[in-house]
Design a protein around this ligand. Structure first.
Ligand SMILES: [Zn+2]
Ligand SMILES: [Zn+2]
Length: 366
């Protein structure tokens, strides 16, 4: 069975002959992989910035954003019938008895760093025909989401953020946890930003997405179709772009670059929330004075939140929201998947700039 893998010690990326998986534990489920999404994390692994093979092995099978179909299940796998679509969760808990987060089933908040992540750290990913996973890591997906279910995992980033934002909103007793009516600004027009914009729209927010592509970019039409608005930052610094947007209650950062993020944070007003989801790769000196920023955060009662990885609650919210998106804007959701590669050509998708929005690897999609 072929798999796309990295061998960090040899700095190799390519197809390997990978062992056919088998059911071992009574709650194991054999899955046929349909489709795997590619994101910046995969590209960083292919640049050998990180990515760790399983203990004792030389290569790491890539791919963490997957959609798969149940082939067969062990006697204690509980309710997973053949043909059921699932998205496997990515992170698995550390073994440290003192890690309260992992022991509480919330490995997305692991404090030891000893967790394992499929396709990223210490466990093989999904860029291969078949995989086995324990039933407790599988999130069921309805059949009607077959062609877009690969977007569940990247959508969990926004869903975890919104679950936390709702708790933060509760600090303002006159408004409670309801997001409806808030003005949310999304920074970044990649899949994380666009899926975040959709999640904010179904939560009832007014949404403005700011991205560096020009005003004629396909993203402008996408935002319009979901009832949001698109603002190009191509020619306008954020410091001058923000004031005309009026009051901003929430910024959802999905740009992964510090300069626009800090410029946006500095432009926020009273009681605003700012969610960081990106890990900076590109360097750029923010045009922001740290002291001014600190003063602004304090004097405005602002909340600054960082979020990574997702718990089961966010996965389930992502499946539910993706169904809502498809009921409201099926064309816009499908338009997020712009590039499709076969497994044999997937290396290309990982090591070159392919453009577009979301790239997926078609494995057993038929
Ligand atoms: Zn990803
Ligand atoms: Zn842990």
């Amino acid at each position: 069975m072929k798999a796309l893998a990295v061998t960090p010690a040899l700095r190799l990326i390519g197809l390997v002959d990978h062992l056919e998986p088998a059911l071992r534990a009574p709650d194991d489920v054999l899955l046929r992989v349909l489709r795997v999404g590619v994101c910046g994390t995969d590209r960083e692994i292919c640049a050998f910035d990180y990515g760790t093979p399983p203990a004792g092995e030389g290569y790491l099978v890539l791919g963490h954003e997957s959609l798969a179909e149940v082939v067969s299940a062990g006697p204690e796998a509980g309710g997973f019938a053949p043909g059921q679509l699932v998205v496997p969760m990515v992170r698995r808990p550390c073994a440290d008895p003192a890690c309260d987060a992992c022991r509480a089933g919330r490995q997305d908040f692991c404090v030891t760093g000893g967790y394992v992540e499929r396709g990223i750290k210490g466990a093989h990913g999904f860029m291969t025909a078949r995989v086995v996973d324990a039933a407790r890591w599988l999130v069921p997906v309805p059949a009607e989401l077959r062609d877009v279910g690969v977007l569940v995992e990247p959508l969990t980033i926004a869903e975890k953020a919104l679950l936390e934002v709702r708790r933060m909103l509760d600090r303002m007793p006159w408004r409670g946890e309801d997001l409806a009516g808030l003005h949310a600004v999304v920074l970044g027009g990649g899949p994380v930003g666009l899926l975040g914009a959709m999640a904010l729209r179904v939560a009832g927010c007014r949404v403005t997405l700011v991205s560096r592509q020009g005003a004629a970019d396909v993203r402008a039409g996408l935002l319009e179709s979901i009832g949001g608005s698109y603002v190009s930052s191509a020619d306008t610094p954020l410091a001058t772009l923000f004031p005309p947007l009026g009051r901003v209650d929430l910024v959802y950062e999905a740009v992964g670059a510090e300069a626009p993020a800090f410029e946006a944070l500095a432009a926020l007003g009273p009681n605003a929330l700012f969610v960081f989801t990106g890990v900076p790769g590109r360097r750029g000196a923010p045009d922001v004075d740290g002291g001014v920023l600190m003063r602004s955060v304090v004097l405005n009662n602002q909340v600054v939140l960082g979020t990574v990885n997702a718990g089961r609650d966010a996965y389930e919210a992502a499946v539910a929201d993706l169904g809502r998106f498809m009921a409201l804007w099926p064309d816009a959701v499908r338009a997020l998947i712009t590039n499709r590669f076969p497994l044999a050509g997937a290396r290309e998708a990982l090591v070159t700039r392919v453009g577009g929005i979301k790239t997926v690897v078609e494995i057993g999609a038929a």
